[in-house]
Design a protein. Structure first.
Lengths: 184, 150
């Protein structure tokens, strides 16, 4: 977890990374650690689109690493939202991407330089929109405006439900891939 | 639920909580299967329900729960909705195909989007028991017993 978190922090603005996790506990360790490190940088902001946990749980996790969540939310450097809510309101992938880009613009307007977006891709499985994932990933890779870093997070149980073809395609759209492997 | 009666009778405040919610107890020990990907949740519910003589079988993986499900093995199912690998709706559908009688309650921490879910889960209205996490053991037991008697 520490290693991956370190690598994620070294990603350049505009990168598109993939994270494969086995359980929600290790995912919490990663995003909280990344969030803390990223927000230590001047002008940085983070948006977490969670799926398997509610906002209150994300807040609790971030507080456990001593992040001043209330202040961060108030100054706009931390945004937490339910990914399924956004996806269910998006008719298609373009709408979903548009939402992310709007967040990017809003953050910029507040004078922030960099936005790291952490998306739990579980929302696509939950809403039976798995077929849209490859296009979503391709669109992120192909975007011209590369000011935000996007980390697409997959629960390994969800990812394994796909055939090898789409899995490979998804992997190929990311510049970096990380997997949390349990000891033993 | 004789033992439940005893447990409740030992605790007057709990007894009045159940009375207030118009919950009638019978003498049956309910067999409950709980499926939630969060180990802390299943452990907490197991401890809470076993205190009142429920027989609880927890699972943290929906596929494992499905593999272990047999018609007539459980009286009540408590299914989390958002689970990786196979969500609660999919698990419900597969279990329903095997057992038409088992009573099911969904468990969720989220305000789910009923309209959107109708498209992917047309059987949504078949289930009218939805519990929002967090929930107290008193409320959980009340709802489960109401469901069992429905």
């Amino acid at each position: 977890v520490t290693k991956i978190s370190g690598h994620l922090c070294k990603t350049d603005a505009g990168e598109h990374a993939m994270l494969l996790y086995d359980d929600v506990t290790s995912f919490r360790d990663i995003y909280s650690s990344h969030c803390k490190k990223a927000l230590q940088g001047e002008g940085n902001s983070v948006m977490i689109l969670s799926h398997y946990e509610v906002k209150a749980s994300v807040i609790q996790t971030l507080k456990e690493v001593e992040l001043d969540v209330e202040n961060r939310e108030n100054d706009g450097s931390l945004i937490m939202i339910d990914a399924s809510e956004i996806l269910s309101k998006s008719e298609n992938i373009v709408d979903f991407l548009r939402y992310l880009m709007t967040a990017e613009m809003a953050v910029k307007k507040r004078g922030k330089m960099r936005l790291d977006i952490i998306v739990d891709m579980g929302c696509f499985y939950h809403l039976s929109r798995v077929d849209e994932i490859p296009r979503f990933e391709e669109s992120i890779s192909a975007r011209t405006n590369k000011e935000s870093t996007i980390i697409c997070c997959y629960n390994s149980k969800d990812f394994q439900r796909m055939d090898e073809g789409p899995r490979e395609k998804i992997r190929s759209h990311h510049m970096k891939s990380f997997a949390i492997v349990q000891d033993g | 639920l004789a033992a439940t009666f005893l447990a409740i009778n030992k605790n007057p405040s709990l007894q009045s909580d159940f009375k207030r919610q118009n919950v009638d107890f019978d003498s049956k020990k309910y067999r409950v299967m709980i499926v939630d990907d969060e180990r802390d949740i299943t452990s907490m519910f197991k401890i809470g329900l076993e205190k009142y003589e429920f027989i609880v079988t927890p699972f943290n993986d929906s596929r494992e729960a499905l593999d272990n499900f047999r018609p007539g093995k459980f009286d009540l199912l408590l299914l989390d909705i958002r689970m990786p690998g196979m969500n609660g709706f999919e698990l419900y559908q597969k279990i329903r195909d095997m057992d038409e009688k088992v009573k099911v309650c969904f468990l969720t921490a989220f305000d789910e989007y009923r309209q959107e879910f109708h498209a992917t889960f047309p059987a949504l209205d078949e289930v009218n028991c939805y519990l929002k996490k967090p929930i107290t053991i008193v409320d959980l037991i009340s709802r489960l017993i109401k469901l069992a008697n429905s």
